[in-house]
Design a protein around this ligand. Structure first.
Ligand SMILES: [Zn+2]
Length: 172
């Protein structure tokens, strides 16, 4: 097991904690000098805050720990490809590196939907790597949405197995 996999496992633990709280299971971890300095999961529902994505919370916590907004030297691990909001926050925070698990075809900003990470037009381009433990991250999402449908929250459940964060039935 290399260190990327090890840190991603911690992010996956966070994602599982989120699922237990009824949150879409996405977890993130910030690592500085080989040490986990912050970890969080998505808390959009509990905080009633559309911006409370795991990455946003981890960036804020990491800035607080290091007492600076420039997160040079930090690697951010997240279980799902970051959305445009989080990707831009990662760029602005000047993190060195972003490692993510599963690609997110509908909102991913590391190339799946749009290119923010690594965009040559931006003055900071974090190194990024996807696909680390992606099967586990996707399986968590699939299970979460399956349980949600089984609980009867969506009466017209589609056989959609796409592990996207945007559940089609949620568009009102
Ligand atoms: Zn996000």
């Amino acid at each position: 097991m290399n260190s990327d996999t090890g840190y991603m496992r911690i992010a996956l633990e966070e994602a599982r904690s989120g699922a237990l709280e009824g949150e879409i299971p996405v977890g993130a971890v910030a690592v500085f000098e080989g040490r986990v300095i912050a970890r969080a999961h998505n808390r959009v529902e509990s905080l009633r805050d559309a911006s409370a994505h795991a990455e946003m919370t981890v960036l804020k916590a990491a800035s607080s720990v290091l007492d600076r907004w420039r997160l040079t030297g930090v690697t951010l691990y997240v279980t799902i490809e970051p959305c445009p909001m989080c990707a831009m926050a990662l760029v602005l925070s000047r993190v060195d590196r972003v490692v993510f698990g599963a690609p997110e075809p509908r909102t991913g900003a590391a190339g799946s939907f749009i290119h923010i990470l690594g965009n040559p037009a931006l003055n900071h381009r974090p190194e990024f790597l996807g696909g680390v433990l992606s099967d586990e991250a996707s399986a968590l999402l699939r299970e979460f949405f399956r349980n949600k449908r089984a609980a009867g929250s969506a009466s017209h459940a589609s056989p959609d197995t796409n592990p996207s964060l945007t559940e089609p039935e949620n568009h009102v």
